[in-house]
Design a protein. Structure first.
Lengths: 265, 238
């Protein structure tokens, strides 16, 4: 295949598959716990983190991870302490973070093309080191998710019952927020900040449409996540379109098919 | 017989409102205790305080532990909430749900025994989404007793269930109390059920109004006092 002659595309497919795997697994909890807005907010935290990275001359992905984790924990903390609705708190953090990001960009000198790579994704910029980071962080995220799987599901079913079964609910909420922040930052170079929520939500939502039980939902979600990214990269290569948007549109096509299948199955 | 629950001078305030005031009682092993009272009288709050799900002042001991000592109480208490906040669209089968909450100390297929006990063997591979109200309540009772707890808390287990379903639930609870020697604390609006099923009744309306065997405690005077609104109306912001 001609496409496989390009090392940057092979790197994109490897990093993309890892990202698709992580996002689709975490996406199950995002969808079942109705946290899609939170996922979107984390993407915007990453945007501000990247702008901060440019301003402070540190690695933008690293600053995105750190900034996203701090804000995600902030949301969790305020949610536990105050009586405000979850989406209200997220809305405040979301807009506050976006405003701060735009302000920081205004402070940067000159026109920053590289900043826009993070907004919309750029598979050409994926390096060997990026793949290494994806693999290492990917393994850590997947291991932590597998180890916490039962607790996450108990909380998803019912928080009070989880507490009675001695699950430290707040601690596992924070862990999920941190995993989401790391996974989001990992996927920035491939699909970009603006579209990252799509891969957290769409594969799991399509899987929910087709699954009879939870086991099936996990299998379908992973399958759809990885397929969306690999098919999307292939399609973007042949149609000469932006990889991020092609990946998300591929995921949307899978979601529509799942709806049709659900309707007639 | 030893006390499995001891509550001393328990008070609960939520958002500046006094919900429970100076409640004291103890419950012995194997007792079947019904909590009765009008809407908003604090029954659910009392159960949640005993389970450590709400902040309270006073002293609460469950099997000798404070409710916050969750690891010590983990498999010793079971709970059926009044209204389970749960998204029914989650693709979860009964088998998956029970596997999720079953303690590792039980053999893998222990849930069969529990399902048969609550008359739900045929539901094992059904999705929670498709269960009727009565079936779902039985599955929840099964979930609460999955790890053979010593105390079972039930908050209106028959709410929203038809009469036939109600009878099935009460039969299951009776079996549990007799065969498994479980201490049962149940919130109920149904005075008929209370007099038929409970060995003791605690009447609650922000304060403890009566305490004793149903035939003795539930006098017409006490019922009048219990269901008068004067206590509820006292729930003014401090």
């Amino acid at each position: 295949m001609e496409i496989l002659n390009y090392p940057f595309l092979i790197r994109a497919i490897i990093a993309g598959s890892i990202t698709g795997l992580i996002l689709s697994i975490l996406g199950i909890f995002v969808v079942l716990r109705r946290m899609a807005f939170f996922g979107d907010a984390v993407g915007h935290f990453a945007f501000t983190g990247i702008a901060l990275g440019f301003l402070l001359s540190i690695d933008p992905i690293l600053s995105a991870v750190i900034f996203s984790i701090i804000l995600a924990i902030g949301i969790g903390y305020i949610e536990n302490k105050k009586k405000l609705a979850s989406d209200t708190i997220i809305g405040v953090f979301f807009s506050g973070s976006a405003a701060l990001g735009i302000l920081i960009i205004g402070l940067l000198k000159g026109y920053r093309v590289d900043l826009f790579q993070y907004l919309f994704g750029d598979i050409l910029s994926i390096s060997q080191i990026d793949i290494l980071i994806s693999v290492i962080l990917g393994i850590v995220v997947i291991l932590l998710t597998i180890l916490s799987w039962k607790k996450f599901m108990q909380i998803t079913f019912n928080r009070d019952l989880a507490k009675i079964h001695a699950v430290p609910v707040a601690a596992f909420d924070y862990l999920l927020f941190i995993l989401l922040a790391v996974a989001t930052a990992l996927s920035i170079k491939i699909i970009g900040i603006i579209l990252v929520t799509a891969l957290l939500v769409i594969p799991a939502a399509a899987a929910q449409n087709l699954s009879y039980n939870f086991k099936e939902m996990v299998i379908f979600s992973i399958l759809f996540g990885v397929l969306s990214i690999t098919i999307g990269i292939f399609l973007s290569y042949y149609s000469n379109t932006a990889a991020g948007s092609t990946i998300v549109l591929t995921a949307i096509a899978i979601f529509v098919l799942s709806l049709i299948f659900k309707r007639y199955a | 017989m030893s006390n499995v629950i001891e509550v001393k001078k328990l008070s609960v305030e939520l958002d500046g409102y006094s919900i429970l005031e100076d409640i004291s009682f103890s419950i012995k092993k194997n007792e079947v205790v019904a909590l009765v009272g009008p809407n908003g009288s604090g029954k659910t709050t009392l159960i949640k305080a005993m389970l450590g799900l709400l902040p309270y002042s006073g002293d609460v001991k469950v099997l000798g532990f404070e409710p916050a000592q969750r690891f010590a109480l983990k498999d010793k208490i079971g709970y059926v909430p009044q209204k389970l906040e749960f998204d029914r669209r989650i693709p979860l089968t009964v088998r998956e749900l029970y596997t999720l909450f079953q303690s590792r100390k039980h053999p893998e297929r222990h849930y069969w025994e529990i399902l048969n006990l609550v008359g739900g063997g045929y539901l094992i591979d059904k999705r929670l989404e498709v269960l009727s109200g009565g079936e779902f309540q039985r599955i929840l009772i099964g979930l609460a007793i999955l790890n053979n707890p010593e105390i079972l808390f039930l908050d209106e287990p028959a709410a929203g269930v038809d009469v036939e379903g109600e009878n099935v639930i009460f039969d299951v609870l009776k079996k549990l109390g007799i065969a498994r020697e479980m201490t049962i604390i149940v919130v109920s609006h149904d005075v008929h059920f209370v007099s038929r099923f409970a060995s003791r009744v605690l009447c609650l309306n922000r304060k403890l109004i009566c305490d004793g065997a149903p035939e003795i405690a539930l006098t017409p005077e006490k019922l009048k006092e219990l269901y008068e609104h004067k206590y509820v109306q006292k729930k003014i912001k401090k």
